[in-house]
Design a protein around this ligand. Structure first.
Ligand code: RB5
Length: 150
């Protein structure tokens, strides 16, 4: 079970982030908000990368990153060493990316999914454990690419 999260957004994800924060508070899950703090236009890497780095540094179990599509946030988070970020628009993928990919960053697109689905995705992601076993071997192969000398 993921117990503490970094959360960040850009302007496209700001409103949904407020709802997700309320949801985390109701569930008693600790979080730190890495911004942004309004719907004024900003650049998603300025918020997604610091939150992802905080996860990579071990300060949080996971991050939740929200932009218009979730894609920009996932691109920048996956550039941070140690991060496995997944864009999820349904609960099946949210469960599977924890169980099989050991994802440590959940990205969502506020212009893609509605509030109810988003909160269910958060619950599915935070509540699912990595299965390990053969999936650990595969994740190790993915992460070995960070050290590849090409
Ligand atoms: C902002 O307009 C939008 O590009 C951003 O929120 C995100 O969807 C990028 O991937």
């Amino acid at each position: 079970m993921i117990k503490n999260v970094a959360i960040a957004c850009d302007h496209g994800g700001y409103e949904l982030k407020l709802d997700v924060i309320r949801h985390l508070e109701e569930k008693g899950i600790a979080y730190e908000d890495f911004g942004c703090n309004s719907t004024e236009s900003v650049d998603y890497p300025d918020y997604g990368i610091p939150a992802a780095k905080a996860v990579a540094e071990g300060k949080f179990d996971a991050a939740i990153l929200i932009c218009g599509t979730g894609i920009g946030m996932s691109l920048c988070a996956n550039k941070v060493k140690g991060i496995r970020a997944a864009v999820c628009s349904d609960t099946f993928c949210a469960r599977m990316t924890r169980a099989h990919n050991n994802a440590n960053v959940l990205c969502m697109g506020a212009r893609v999914i509605g509030l109810g689905v988003a909160l269910d995705i958060v619950d599915a992601f935070l509540g699912t454990e990595f299965e390990g076993g053969r999936h650990a071997t595969r994740v190790e192969k993915v992460m070995a690419e960070e050290k590849a000398d090409r």
